[in-house]
Design a protein around this ligand. Sequence first.
Ligand SMILES: Cc1cc2nc3c(=O)[nH]c(=O)nc-3n(C[C@H](O)[C@H](O)[C@H](O)COP(=O)(O)OP(=O)(O)OC[C@H]3O[C@@H](n4cnc5c(N)ncnc54)[C@H](O)[C@@H]3O)c2cc1C
Length: 185
Amino acid sequence: MTADSSFVRALSERIDGDVAADGATLAAYSTDASNHRLVPTCVAFPRSVADVAALVSACRDEGMPVTSRGGGTNLAGNAIGSGVVVDYSRYLNRIHNIDPDVRRAVVEPGVVLDALQASAAAYGLRFGPDPATHSACTIGGMVGTNACGARAIAWGTTSANVTAVDLVLSDGRTTSLGAGPYPRL
Ligand SMILES: Cc1cc2nc3c(=O)[nH]c(=O)nc-3n(C[C@H](O)[C@H](O)[C@H](O)COP(=O)(O)OP(=O)(O)OC[C@H]3O[C@@H](n4cnc5c(N)ncnc54)[C@H](O)[C@@H]3O)c2cc1C
């Protein structure tokens, strides 16, 4: 067993979510919407924030790079990496609530923009920035790229529309950044 395959096995035992290292998955995740290609060691699909924290800790212990991925629609190779590619869109894709009074949604990072727009439309609301990839890009990826789109001139880029974020730090600890006592995940 190679060092990589024993790492993959240990990681899959440490998190509830899926860990894949088969050829088809590695090939699919070796590219994004850029011209770059880099084959990862494995791809992880966390089910919870606790999974993400455990995963980051495991990677830190082994010196394994971590690359976050949403829809993989960025144009600069940002969502590919040689270590563990973490896809949030499979499980961490829930909209927890939308509060029309304060015009705020609490979402997980893997929510696809169109799904948020459809839910917000029920309250006569929308998320302002609208990249052309709205049917595939995720809120996490939009934060990662500070996505804009044609209407961002009117409604601001993603950073202007995010009030708070929950973060997993490089040592696996979690923290929250932002203004106000908003509901957290
Ligand atoms: C045809 C085309 C048209 C486009 N049009 C536009 C446009 O009009 N406006 C625009 O702004 N962009 C546009 N883009 C770029 C891209 O679609 C956007 O930047 C989009 O927001 C990326 O979202 P994603 O979920 O695909 O992110 P990904 O490509 O998966 O990731 C983008 C970055 O975010 C990071 N990331 C992802 N999830 C997380 C997470 N949970 N935590 C921390 N970091 C994370 C990744 O590591 C990476 O660095 C376009 C791209 C294409 C191919």
